[in-house]
Design a binder for this molecule. Structure first.
Ligand SMILES: C[S@@+](CC[C@H](N)C(=O)[O-])C[C@H]1O[C@@H](n2cnc3c(N)ncnc32)[C@H](O)[C@@H]1O
Ligand code: SF4
Length: 292
């Protein structure tokens, strides 16, 4: 399902990149978000990584399918005050497996069982969010997800619209909800959902795609070129998950060379003078230039 998932899977962060994270980045970072393509819990050094970030008192956000989540990992994440975001696209097993091929909802729910016991314990700084991606298959299954979020004691349900994730046009036509979400039937359903969530006291947030125009620029500067770094599993360095431009690879050159490179300084200059790239103009991230 992943929007960035056109490339091959089954790779892990190299030891060299792990060392850069350990020595040069994590000790100075305020927050780390484990997201993007892939699944962090299959990484063999996940615990070493978690130890590193907790020792550095760095805030961790983990986005996971929770298939490999267990009691030990949950406790470690909770102790670190992490934001745990679990991707669940349907509250019913067969629909879940239809959307998340190879996934098993009962395994995921079993793995999250322990959360309820630690939720209000001493680790009360951690949070659990549910990430639901809406496509044509589950667009009218949000009410069931609100019930599930309530049952799991989740802090919120975040509902976002599917972004193009396949080069197969016929499949994309079948899955996307661009037209559906403009229909009166769906808008009426969303009103019902909001009312139901309110009654159930479940926090729900929607993130529908906007049709971006240059005029949608709402702020002049995004902090990413100065404050963020986005590292892919291959060691490619960018600034955020919405930007396709790469500024270098940590397997080949040092972080300081990349951070102080002409390429990155040029990007900063362009951002500072209002010469935005197409990714920035279509950015869906809350701190990006298209958000208030
Ligand atoms: C790419 S996944 C990777 C992390 C992890 N393996 C997981 O499944 O949560 C990160 C988030 O992006 C969402 N996602 C995946 N494909 C998407 C798509 N085509 N459009 C919008 N969101 C998508 C997932 O539901 C998940 O919450
Ligand atoms: S505006 Fe969006 S795409 Fe551009 S650098 Fe900022 S967060 Fe990334």
């Amino acid at each position: 399902m992943c929007p960035h998932g056109y490339s091959a899977y089954g790779r892990f962060v190299s030891d060299r990149v792990f060392d850069v994270l350990r020595c040069e980045l994590i000790p100075f970072a305020d927050a780390v978000e484990l997201q993007g393509t892939g699944e962090s819990l299959i990484y063999g050094k996940f615990f070493d990584f978690l130890k590193l970030v907790t020792e550095s008192k760095c805030k961790v956000t983990l986005i996971t399918n929770a298939s490999l989540l267990n009691k030990e990992i949950l406790v470690a994440l909770c102790k670190a005050g992490s934001d745990i975001v679990v991707s669940i696209d349907a509250a019913e097993s067969s629909l879940y497996s239809q959307i998340r091929r190879g996934g098993d909802l009962s395994t995921v729910l079993g793995n999250l069982e322990y959360w309820k016991y630690i939720r209000h314990s001493i680790y009360n700084k951690a949070s659990l969010g549910i990430n639901m991606v809406l496509c044509s298959l589950n667009a009218f299954k949000i009410i069931e997800m609100i019930d599930l979020a309530e049952k799991l004691n989740a802090d919120y349900l975040f509902i976002s619209e599917i972004r193009q994730c396949t080069l197969d046009d016929a499949n994309w036509k079948r899955l996307n909800i661009e037209e559906l979400r403009r229909s009166e039937e769906f808008q009426e359903y969303v009103r019902k959902v909001i009312e139901y969530a309110h009654r159930k006291k479940v926090r729900v947030q929607f993130n529908f795609q906007k049709r971006m125009k240059a005029i949608d620029v709402k702020r002049n500067i995004c902090v990413s070129p100065w404050e963020h770094i986005y590292i892919s599993v291959d060691g490619d360095v960018s600034l955020c998950c919405a930007l396709s431009q790469k500024f270098g690879n940590l397997n080949e050159i040092s972080f300081s060379e990349i951070w102080n490179s002409e390429l990155l300084n040029d990007f900063r200059k362009k951002m500072a003078t209002g010469h935005y790239c197409s990714d920035c103009l279509a950015c869906c991230l809350p701190w990006g230039i298209t958000h208030c």
